[in-house]
Design a protein around this ligand. Structure first.
Ligand SMILES: Nc1ncnc2c1ncn2[C@@H]1O[C@H](COP(=O)(O)OP(=O)(O)O)[C@@H](O)[C@H]1O
Ligand SMILES: [Mg+2]
Length: 253
């Protein structure tokens, strides 16, 4: 069986006027359908570059990415993206922000409206459907970005440090929500995070990027039982995996 997502010999060189920057070197890995994979690594190791390549937002300098057996060349609707900045449209209501991806495709109908309403309920934003992004807290804005990414029922969800700018408690709560969404909608998730705790808590596998240009230096299985709850944070097995990931990143402290 071929893997759902296959990254084959991907390298990225950014060509600027003055010099070329080699960001990624020969990245290879696969992700099975339904898997939750986290990518960690020091700043500048190419995590965001890799995620943009996975999403078809950036064509790799060499190599290719296959999604369900087809090469990705532009962002397909089957991929949902959430970035650290929520990129909401300030002049549109919460509900109209969720509907935007479907509106662009001319797919606004009653079903779409109902789906938007249902997603807002899942995200705890039902009462804010007619509010504007400026009226939302940081955590609510990211939940809205997540709802917008889910409206197209993506098969692959790509998250680039989606909660990186939020406080620890909000972040913990949103991570639990991401897990329940992943269980409920059964997509495949690839999430970049700089938090080792977050990666070990969420993932089936943690990929480690390192060096310059960035290479894939480790692929660590996280065989912790599911469903995962906050009780896990006190378990010795969780602690050991955190240490393993930290060592792999090379920032043992
Ligand atoms: N558009 C770009 N043009 C030139 N260099 C870039 C661009 N985007 C990222 N880089 C460089 O590529 C390297 C990897 O960046 P990035 O993928 O953002 O890493 P990370 O997300 O791991 O911090 C860095 O050296 C960064 O400065
Ligand atoms: Mg980044």
């Amino acid at each position: 069986m071929t893997l759902f997502l296959q990254v084959q010999h991907v390298s990225q060189i950014y060509e600027n006027s003055s010099r070329a920057l080699h960001a990624l070197q020969n990245i290879n890995f696969g992700v099975a359908r339904g898997e939750f994979v986290c990518i960690v690594g020091t700043s500048g190791s190419g995590k965001s570059t890799l995620l943009r390549i996975l999403g078809g937002l950036l064509p790799p300098t060499s190599g290719r990415v296959m999604l369900a057996g087809k090469e990705i060349d532009q962002p397909p609707p089957s991929i949902g993206f959430v970035f650290q900045k929520s990129n909401l449209m300030p002049w549109r209501t919460v509900k109209d922000n969720v509907l935007l991806p479907l509106e662009i495709q001319g797919r606004i109908n009653n079903v779409a409206q109902e789906r938007a309403q249902a997603l807002l309920s899942v995200m705890g934003l039902a009462d804010f459907a007619d509010a504007y992004p400026a009226q939302l807290s940081g955590g609510m804005a990211q939940r809205l970005a997540l709802a917008r990414a889910l409206i197209q029922e993506p098969h692959l969800l790509l998250l680039d440090e989606p909660f990186g700018a939020l406080d620890a408690l909000t972040r913990e709560r949103l991570n639990l929500e991401v897990l329940s969404i992943w269980e409920r909608f059964a997509q495949t998730v690839v999430m970049v995070t700089h938090s080792i705790d977050e990666a070990v808590f969420l993932a089936d596998r943690v990929l480690v990027l390192g060096g310059s240009p960035g290479t894939l230096t480790d692929d660590i299985r996280i065989p912790l039982p599911r469903p995962r709850t906050l009780d896990l944070l006190g378990e010795p097995a969780y602690g050991r995996l955190r240490v393993a990931v930290r060592r792999a990143i090379g920032e043992m402290s």
